[in-house]
Design a protein around this ligand. Structure first.
Ligand SMILES: Cc1cc2nc3c(=O)[nH]c(=O)nc-3n(C[C@H](O)[C@H](O)[C@H](O)COP(=O)(O)OP(=O)(O)OC[C@H]3O[C@@H](n4cnc5c(N)ncnc54)[C@H](O)[C@@H]3O)c2cc1C
Length: 446
């Protein structure tokens, strides 16, 4: 046994899962990726995380960090290395009732957070799925159902505790290690393992939530009308449009506009949502008042072999008409991917561009295409997808790290514009000079 392993067994109080062990089969994979790591470590304490990090560093093994395990790029597992699975660090604790400050373990999921905060009338704007992890989503952004009112998930982080590559547990906030605090809000898992986040939650009532459907043939006018309306709509309204859904008819699939109105006043909700209903011929409308937690989907693990390969980019105001025109044309083709467009603006765009490492503050929309199916199907779809993105390229910018299935140099450059990248690389040099945390959209130390 190597001395690194001897030390791990001495210092680590959680589970050490190895090939052949009873739990290995379920522990080795993340939600969207298979893997054959040599060790899956499940820490129960910050001390365990420190021991796990030191082990990976001294054994010279590739390290994956797993929060909720939903990375599309499969960052939460690897072949032959170490996975530190934070699933046992999942407590959700209100630490200041007046200021609504909540401390959340680095391995919690958004479903756990919503369930724990609901009895207190609180919520944190996060994403749309219960099983997605607080860690991965927050460190790279966090675009949820209240994003226009409360900003990205990372905009609501007030502090964090980070175990760095040297195995030290350091605080990060506006007062303590402010550059690290800047970097972890957008820079992903590059700088260490966040064992706990502190968030400022916001009061929530039940919310009006549901989808309004329009015929595929009306896509062009509905999309343009939706984007024009969202520009001036109350920030209580957040919306996502999905179309060309392969599970609902592909080119014939309806255009479905999801709406989330943050409030329980039916008149205000109708005032905010009715202009969307007037965009075309409504063929379905299930908008109803419901607890905020019920707006989140359960998620789930796709059948083995089924891949989800999203690509994403942002559209600023002046490009929106062109982008929507292209997407309306694309969706009519048999080879169209599944397309989703998320509304941004509002609180996201009021945060100064250099306040966090998330760099796409001025985008009005985020575009996501997703190729879905067994690997050969997803691969066969690539040329058509490349052609679509080539058409979009002059009109879109950047990429959203959380909706990418790849991690190329080009992806990293799209996520982090040059100035942001340079500053991140300097922080990386300070906290992870040997690039231990490399299984991510990697920023190499400068
Ligand atoms: C079904 C589904 C729905 C989604 N919906 C949304 C949505 O509505 N809005 C949105 O913005 N995104 C959404 N996403 C994207 C999601 O934000 C990313 O997939 C994200 O990476 C998931 O985080 P995770 O912790 O579950 O993943 P993991 O695979 O566990 O983590 C991904 C990476 O994040 C880093 N990481 C995770 N936790 C920590 C930690 N505590 N400390 C340090 N590094 C850490 C590591 O580098 C890790 O490899 C969705 C994804 C899926 C699959």
């Amino acid at each position: 046994m190597s001395s690194a392993l001897v030390t791990l067994r001495r210092d680590f109080g959680g589970d050490i899962i190895e090939p052949g062990g009873a739990e290995y089969e379920s522990a080795r994979r993340s939600v969207l990726a298979p893997g054959t790591p040599a060790y899956v470590l499940r820490p129960q304490s910050v001390g365990d995380v420190q021991a796990g990090v030191r082990f990976a560093a001294s054994a010279g093994l590739l390290l994956s960090v797993r929060g909720g395990g939903h990375s599309f790029a499969g960052f939460g597992t690897n072949d032959g290395g170490v996975v530190i699975d934070l699933g046992k660090l999942a407590t959700v604790e209100i630490i200041d009732k007046e200021r609504h400050l909540v401390r959340i373990g680095g391995g919690a999921t958004w479903g756990q957070v919503a369930a724990a905060l609901a009895p207190h009338g609180l919520a944190i704007s996060s994403g749309d799925t219960k099983s997605v992890g607080v860690g991965g989503l927050t460190l790279a952004g966090g675009i949820g159902w209240k994003v226009r009112k409360y900003g990205l998930a990372l905009d609501n982080v007030t502090a964090a505790q980070v175990v760095t590559a040297g195995g030290e547990a350091v605080p990060a906030s506006a007062e303590e290690n402010p550059e690290l605090f800047w970097a972890i809000r957008g820079g992903g898992g590059n700088f260490g393992i966040v064992t706990a986040f502190e968030f400022a939650a916001h009061p929530t009532t039940d919310v009006f939530f549901g989808k309004i459907a329009f015929p595929a043939a009306e896509a062009a006018t509905v999309l343009q009308g939706w984007a024009d309306y969202l520009r001036a709509a109350p920030e209580e309204l957040t919306s996502i449009v999905v179309f060309a859904n392969p599970f609902a008819g592909g080119p014939d699939a309806p255009v479905e506009i999801y709406v989330a109105f943050d409030g329980d006043d039916p008149e205000l909700a109708a005032q905010a949502i009715d202009p969307i209903r007037r965009l075309g011929t409504v063929t379905g409308d299930d908008v109803a008042l419901q607890p905020y937690g019920d707006t989140l989907e359960d998620g789930g693990t796709p059948p083995p072999g089924i891949q989800f390969a999203p690509r994403s980019a942002f559209a600023d105001k002046e490009s929106v008409p062109e982008v929507l025109q292209i997407l309306a044309e694309v969706r009519a083709s048999e080879r169209s991917p599944f397309i989703a467009i998320r509304s941004l603006g509002g609180a996201v765009s009021r945060v100064p561009g250099d306040a966090t490492a998330y760099a796409h503050r001025q985008a009005e929309l985020m575009i996501v295409t997703t190729a879905v199916g067994p690997k050969p199907v997803v691969e066969a779809a690539r040329p058509a997808l490349d052609a679509i993105w080539a058409r979009l390229a002059p009109h879109v910018n950047g990429a959203y790290a959380n909706f990418l299935a790849s991690a190329t140099e080009e992806d990293v450059a799209a996520i982090y514009p040059a100035q942001t990248h340079k500053r991140l690389a300097a922080v990386k040099r300070q906290y992870d000079p040997g690039n231990l945390f490399a299984r991510n959209h990697n920023v190499r130390p400068r």
